[in-house]
Design a protein around this ligand. Structure first.
Ligand code: KG4
Ligand code: ZN
Length: 366
């Protein structure tokens, strides 16, 4: 079975072709440069860029896979959650291809794509507790089988990736913030600043207090912030470009001395450790409570080496198996959407081409 999938839920345009369990092509066009100057993703810019990139990616994907579109057995696209105007581009293309070639269309939940990605290429999906950590979501999910999911805990405010992005913005680092903070944290002292580990007695997560703690700390350690530098930019998705630009140049100027570099390094390491501690603790607790032998992690934040190491160590200690995908499958990509579509098709699932995109699509329908 050959599946072609499109992923356009946010600011990455991605197309992949999967034949049986083998990835024939996976193309991703990043829009980071187009959005960086705004300090976050601007929906109109994202959808226009999807329109520009998608036809060229489709050509590249079929060429590198060495197949013709007529050889594809089903066309899939992310149908939510995500930005409405971005989701529509990928879904419309997949529906058009499905109609044109007389093949089935599959609407795939972006979160299900992430959740299944640690099993990429595997024959079966074992029961597990899955930690999904991305820019828009943070949740633990009890996975009994493909399509059988129960939410254990979710964030009540910011997502983990959102916290990385907002703190990076407070520090005047680039977007997306996760990789920037991870880079700065290397060699930093994770015990230098005592940041809060929120809601440890709950199954849910909260990261906005942590971001606020960073904001209040900055003036105390001599890294004063201007009034607009509240870290709210990347996820507001507004067109307020001027303030954002001014904030960045302010920080770039203010964080130039060697002393500042070492303070920022310690701050990033301490912040990162606080996020990792909470994610690891709640994931292990969920696995114990639900008596599963396997823990998985997915989503952009799972590229973070400290998080991977933390989970690996804690799982070994708790005698749990640990599984994650390679980093290129953790950030947004279409290979995970193609893989989820393949598992769903094998289970007899197809969608109607009249199915609408849903920006708030839930992983588990109530
Ligand atoms: O899954 P993803 O690519 O897109 C969403 O579905 O949101 O996740 C993007 C998020 C961003 O917030 C980004 O800062 C974060 O993943 N991220 C990281 C790292 N790489 C990406 N966070 C921490 N450490 C990283 N190395
Ligand atoms: Zn994602």
């Amino acid at each position: 079975m050959t599946i072609l999938a499109l992923e356009t839920s946010c600011d990455e345009t991605a197309i992949a072709i999967l034949r049986d369990r083998r990835l024939l092509a996976s193309e991703v066009a990043s829009q980071i440069a187009a959005h960086e100057k705004y300090g976050g993703v601007v929906p109109e810019v994202a959808s226009r860029n999807h329109l520009v990139h998608a036809p060229a990616l489709l050509k590249r994907a079929t060429q590198s896979a060495g197949i013709a579109l007529s050889e594809v057995d089903a066309f899939a696209a992310t149908s939510g959650p995500g930005l409405a105007s971005s989701l529509m581009i990928g879904a419309s293309m997949a529906k058009g291809l499905a109609l044109g070639f007389g093949r089935p269309y599959l609407a795939i939940n972006h979160l299900e794509g992430h959740l299944l990605s640690p099993f990429f290429g595997d024959a079966e999906v074992k029961p597990n507790v899955s930690l999904i950590v991305s820019g828009g979501h943070t949740m633990t999910v009890l996975v009994r089988a493909v399509g059988q999911y129960e939410i254990v805990g979710r964030t009540v405010d910011d997502a983990a990736g959102e916290a990385f992005d907002k703190v990076a913005k407070l520090l005047g680092l680039g977007y997306p913030g996760g990789p920037e903070i991870e880079k700065r944290a290397q060699g930093g002292d994770p015990d230098r600043f005592d940041f809060p580990r929120s809601m440890l007695d709950s199954e849910n997560f909260s990261f906005s207090g942590l971001k606020t703690a960073v904001r209040y700390l900055l003036p105390k350690i001599g890294l004063a912030i201007p009034s607009r530098g509240d870290g709210e930019g990347p996820h507001i998705r507004s067109l307020d470009q001027q303030g954002t630009k001014r904030d960045r140049s302010f920080y770039e100027g203010s964080l130039s001395s060697a002393r500042d570099d070492s303070v920022v390094s310690d701050l990033c390491a301490s912040f990162q450790q606080a996020v990792v501690d909470v994610l690891v603790r709640k994931t292990i607790d969920a696995a114990r409570k639900h008596r599963v032998g396997l823990v998985t992690v997915s989503g952009g934040v799972s590229c973070n080496q400290e998080l991977r190491k933390g989970l690996e160590k804690a799982c070994a200690k708790a005698k749990l198996e640990f599984k994650t995908a390679e980093p290129s499958l953790c950030t947004d990509n279409a290979a995970m959407i193609a893989f989820a579509a393949m598992l769903k098709m094998e289970a007899g699932f197809v969608s109607s081409v009249t199915e609408e995109i849903d920006p708030n699509l839930a992983l588990v329908k109530l």
